[in-house]
Design a protein around this ligand. Structure first.
Ligand code: FAD
Length: 479
């Protein structure tokens, strides 16, 4: 029998649930990736994620060819392309890794119906998380909405079911792959309608492994260093996890071994915890699809966010890194120029937008979605609702980040700010966090005139804080 593995967010050829199942249950396995025009067409022509996917597709095809197989690459709407290709290849089944985003769930339901009508099977297999939404439950068999008890139950379940982390091997079953009909013929970025360019980080399976090996070398220090953006000590694997160029089982297995043997020092268990956050938000989204457009807690839908011209101007200043708060502006510059933002700064900038500017978290969430290389609906939405205090297990709404204190605490010497805000390059550690508090004469000596070289603050934090407390008082009454 023939089968077709449709690659989506699992662009690798090792430890792969759908490939493993196809190779062990059918005689002839084809592989396909579809550039979905509905997703690609609205994107900017120099989109960094398309470059990452494009490079990762080349790496996947090369690896499949090493195994005696190849990747069919098509463009179009998957709902048209996949059933037609399955018919052409006489495939009895189409296999995929499960995707839990509401749009993907709907598309897969339609795909299932379409294929079934043609007499073919559609198998959707767990691959991108360790535990799905029904697998980690409270004692009363309900869902968790607070992270720490979820994490404890997650760890307990893993201890009881260590086989969850077992790899889904591919290479030893490679005989069942359909052989390539000829040399590679992958579309170039230009043929896809995009400008040529390098991916924003090492792409493909080998890119992921390179980053992971480098990270494991200093994982012991992660618990301390992870909050300091200038130390650049985090793994940078988020984009790889997003596109499945690495396997979550492989990462968790390695982290867990490093916890058990002690080889990962205190950092390994902190990092494992971050990977559990990813499962947590995936579960929250899968169980509560309303969070895409509304607050996790309905009472928070009553919040009246700022709107109108003034709010639009403040939103533009935030997007472009012109708020006059150096750490916020440095973080937005990093995002705009590279597509990455450090986790601490995602919290600081999201808090600034919602609590200092009073702007709806959904606008910030959409902006991040456009810009982040690692954009993922579940984690992005979870992170934004956490910062806006509208989410599950969110920070309490009356605890409001002070952007200057955050700057002093997490970029004490101002190294990160200097890297991303060249106008402030010559300011010392005492001046750089709040330049408006430094005398004009001192600033002028360093070549900075506020309002000319660098903006004055767009809001005053203490006033903004009071306004936010008032804004949230409607919720206080409601909950
Ligand atoms: P590391 O520190 O090395 O962490 C390892 C992995 O754990 C990450 O790659 C990621 O998969 C996972 N992880 C870490 N922190 C979190 C978290 N808080 N929630 C969920 N998973 C986590 N992460 C995304 O992958 N995509 C997003 O779109 C996204 N948007 C965010 C928006 C906001 C407002 C906030 C506060 C956080 C967001 N995060 C998002 C989570 C986190 O900031 C990134 O995963 C992390 O910065 C990626 O860098 P890294 O791979 O070096 O992380």
């Amino acid at each position: 029998s023939n089968s077709l593995v449709w690659f989506r967010r699992d662009l690798r050829a090792f430890d792969h649930a759908a490939l493993h199942r196809a190779l062990t249950t059918s005689n002839c396995v084809y592989c396909v990736f579809v550039y979905d025009r509905d997703i690609l067409d609205p994107l900017p022509r120099d989109d960094r994620r398309v470059r990452f996917i494009h490079a990762s597709i080349a790496s996947l095809d090369a690896e499949l060819r090493r195994l005696g197989a190849y990747l069919i690459v098509r463009q179009g709407r998957p709902l048209d392309v996949i059933p037609a290709l399955a018919a052409e290849l006489e495939a009895d089944a189409v296999l995929v890794g499960s995707d839990y985003e509401p749009d993907a769930v709907e598309r897969d339901a339609r795909m299932n119906a379409r294929l079934e009508a043609d007499g073919r099977k559609f198998f959707s297999l767990k691959d991108q998380v360790i535990f799905e939404k029904e697998e980690v439950l409270t004692l009363a068999k309900g869902p968790f909405s607070v992270f720490t008890p979820y994490k404890n139950a997650w760890l307990k379940r893993l201890a009881a079911m260590p086989e969850t982390l077992a790899s889904y091997p591919v290479d030893q079953y490679a005989d069942a792959f359909a052989p390539p009909p000829g040399p590679p013929a992958l579309p170039s970025l230009e043929e896809l309608g995009f400008e040529p360019g390098e991916p924003p980080l090492p792409a493909g399976m080998e890119g992921a492994e390179e980053l992971f090996e480098r990270f494991v070398g200093h994982i012991a220090d992660y618990g301390r260093a992870r909050d300091f953006p200038s130390e650049n000590c985090t793994s940078r694997l988020s984009t790889h996890l997003r596109f499945g160029t690495t396997s979550i089982r492989h990462l968790v297995r390695t982290a867990q071994q490093m916890v058990v043997t002690g080889a990962g020092g205190p950092g390994a268990s902190v990092w494992l915890s971050e990977l559990i956050w990813r499962d947590f938000y995936s579960m929250i989204l899968a169980r509560n699809p309303h969070v895409v457009t509304r607050s996790f807690k309905p009472a928070f839908d009553a919040l009246a966010w700022e709107s109108g011209e003034e709010a639009d101007a403040l939103f533009a200043a935030w997007c472009e890194g012109r708020t006059g708060y150096p750490l916020v502006d440095a973080a937005m510059a990093q995002l705009n120029q590279t597509g990455f933002m450090h986790n601490r700064l995602r919290m600081v900038t999201a808090s600034f937008l919602t609590k200092d500017l009073g702007i709806d978290w959904r606008r910030g969430e959409r902006y991040f979605a456009l810009k982040l290389n690692d954009y993922e609906l579940a984690s992005n939405n979870g992170g934004w609702q956490w910062a806006a205090s509208t989410g599950c297990d969110a920070q309490p709404w009356f605890r409001i980040f002070n952007p200057v204190s955050q700057s002093l605490r997490f970029d004490g010497q101002g190294e990160f700010i200097r890297e991303w805000v060249p106008a402030l390059e010559r300011l010392g550690a005492k001046e750089i966090h709040a330049p408006w508090l430094v005398g004009d004469a001192v600033l002028a000596e360093k070549g900075v005139v506020l309002g000319r070289d660098y903006p004055l603050p767009v809001v005053e934090h203490d006033q903004a804080r009071k306004k936010t407390l008032e804004r949230f008082s409607v919720v206080k009454k409601a909950v």
